[in-house]
Design a protein around this ligand. Structure first.
Ligand SMILES: [Zn+2]
Length: 456
């Protein structure tokens, strides 16, 4: 285990930065376990089709009545345990996806399941969805329904072709990782995902012995243990799933597909003293002045811990900032992003998900003054070494650079990050995606912010 800390900053530059989400240096702990996932190998994501859906009404392929009855019974048996619960995702033939809908009921007519009664995420009213429009349902990380080719209409076939295209691209990405000697995160079965969540819940039970006021609650992607009253913490939890969805969109990960090993575990303490005590006792760290710490293990587990502080938007921003580090850790492979890119993404995503927090623009203004004075990005900014970490004043440069790249081309930016996660070096990744060198990037960024001769 090692930590990355930042050297002290000139006093004149520290104050605005210290208002940042990490309240001083952002601390990301990387835990290498003795039993790291060294045996993980390239694996094409499994499509565990259950093929229970051939009774879906189509005008093209009528089914024998006996088969229809048996398949309807199988479908009802698969769906019934999920009534009253949230599904992972429902994919429609038209390419649309409903993420995290609640299944309220199954409507049958003449021995067939004709529609599902759902409450979509964020909605209060129920919606009826025809089975003929549905091509795939995932619940509990398991595919519980998928149409067969013979039962598809033309729209569904097109949607399946799009999915196959995406799977082809995933296969190509895995091949590049293999060539670069990078082991991707293993694709977990539904049982392995459930076991990973159970492990996290057992850890919460252990921690609760020392902190009895902790109450746990689940969002779709997060397990949160907190002693902050649930009425207060509720709005902040929404920003966690907001971060998850935002990065899924950025990286082109279909919503509802698993990223975390089980879930991302968040400990949120009311008091800073309890946060410090938790870190010392359970994570063997001393957080110093950090507002939150993201612990990323080489086995894929992500545990984030923090305390509330007295500034609501800053708390929400910190939650997003820290957990985004965990997301980047879990995307594709354990290859680490260089510090400037990791922190830049975290800050930028924080501003997108929590616009009420105004700290990042303040930090960027201070950073521009810093660059004007120094004529450079400051020492070690582009260092991609494992122990490298940018200074507090450089957070504003990091978010500024990420914003600059995203504004140039959002898709190329996602490709840039993907190239690095596949094992390509930062310089080469930038060349592949933006057709530019790091020197080109610094020069163009300097021009954009009014520091035309900006140096690395
Ligand atoms: Zn950070």
């Amino acid at each position: 285990m090692h930590s990355t800390r930042q050297p002290s900053q000139p006093a004149s530059l520290m104050r605005p930065s210290q208002r940042g989400p990490c309240r001083g240096p952002c601390v990301v702990w990387w835990t290498v376990l003795a039993m790291a996932c060294a045996t993980t190998r390239v694996a094409v994501p499994a499509e565990t089709a259950t093929n229970v859906a051939s009774d879906v009404a189509t005008e093209t392929v009528p089914e024998p009545a006996t088969d229809v009855a048996a398949e309807t019974a199988a479908l009802v048996a698969k769906l019934t345990p999920h009534i009253g619960h949230t599904l992972d995702v429902i994919e429609l033939g038209a390419g649309k996806r409903f993420v995290r809908p609640t299944l309220e009921g199954i409507n049958q007519q003449k021995g067939k399941v004709v529609s599902l009664r759902l409450r979509l995420e964020g909605e209060t009213k129920s919606t009826s969805l025809l089975m003929t429009g549905i091509i795939k349902m995932i619940a509990g990380r398991e595919t519980i329904y998928e149409t067969t080719v013979k039962g598809m209409n033309s729209v569904q076939v097109r949607s399946r072709q799009m999915r196959e295209f995406r799977e082809k691209r995933i296969g190509e990405s895995l091949a590049r990782m293999q060539q670069a000697g990078v082991a991707p995160w293993p694709v977990l079965t539904a049982e392995q995902q459930a076991a990973a969540v159970a492990d996290l819940e057992a850890f919460v039970v252990e921690v609760r012995q020392a902190f009895p006021a902790l109450q746990s609650s689940h969002t779709h992607e997060f397990l949160v243990a907190t002693d902050i009253p649930l009425g207060q913490i509720g709005p902040f939890l929404a920003s966690l799933d907001g971060m998850h969805d935002f990065l899924c969109n950025l990286y082109g990960i279909p919503r509802g597909e698993p990223v975390w090993k089980g879930k991302c575990l968040v400990f949120a303490f009311l008091k800073e003293d309890d946060f410090i005590a938790f870190e010392g006792r359970f994570m063997k760290t001393a957080p110093g002045g950090a507002h939150g710490i993201c612990h990323q293990s080489s086995d894929g587990r992500v545990v984030m811990a923090c305390h509330r502080g007295d500034d609501g938007p800053a708390f929400a921003h910190m939650l997003v900032h820290e957990t985004s580090h965990g997301f980047n850790h879990r995307w594709m492979s354990p290859v680490r992003l260089p510090s400037w890119l990791n922190e830049g993404i975290a800050e930028w995503v924080g501003t997108q998900v929590v616009p009420a927090c105004r700290q990042v623009p303040l930090k960027e203004a201070v950073a521009i003054e810093f660059m004007k004075t120094k004529g450079s990005l400051g020492p070690g900014f582009l260092d991609a070494g494992a122990d490298a970490h940018i200074d507090a004043v450089q957070y504003g440069i990091a978010s500024g650079l990420v914003k600059f790249l995203v504004a140039r081309d959002r898709k190329k930016f996602a490709a840039f990050v993907q190239n690095i996660k596949e094992g390509t070096g930062v310089e080469e990744s930038l060349k592949k995606s933006f057709k530019a060198s790091l020197a080109d990037l610094v020069k163009a960024y300097g021009m954009a912010i009014g520091v035309p001769n900006l140096k690395q």
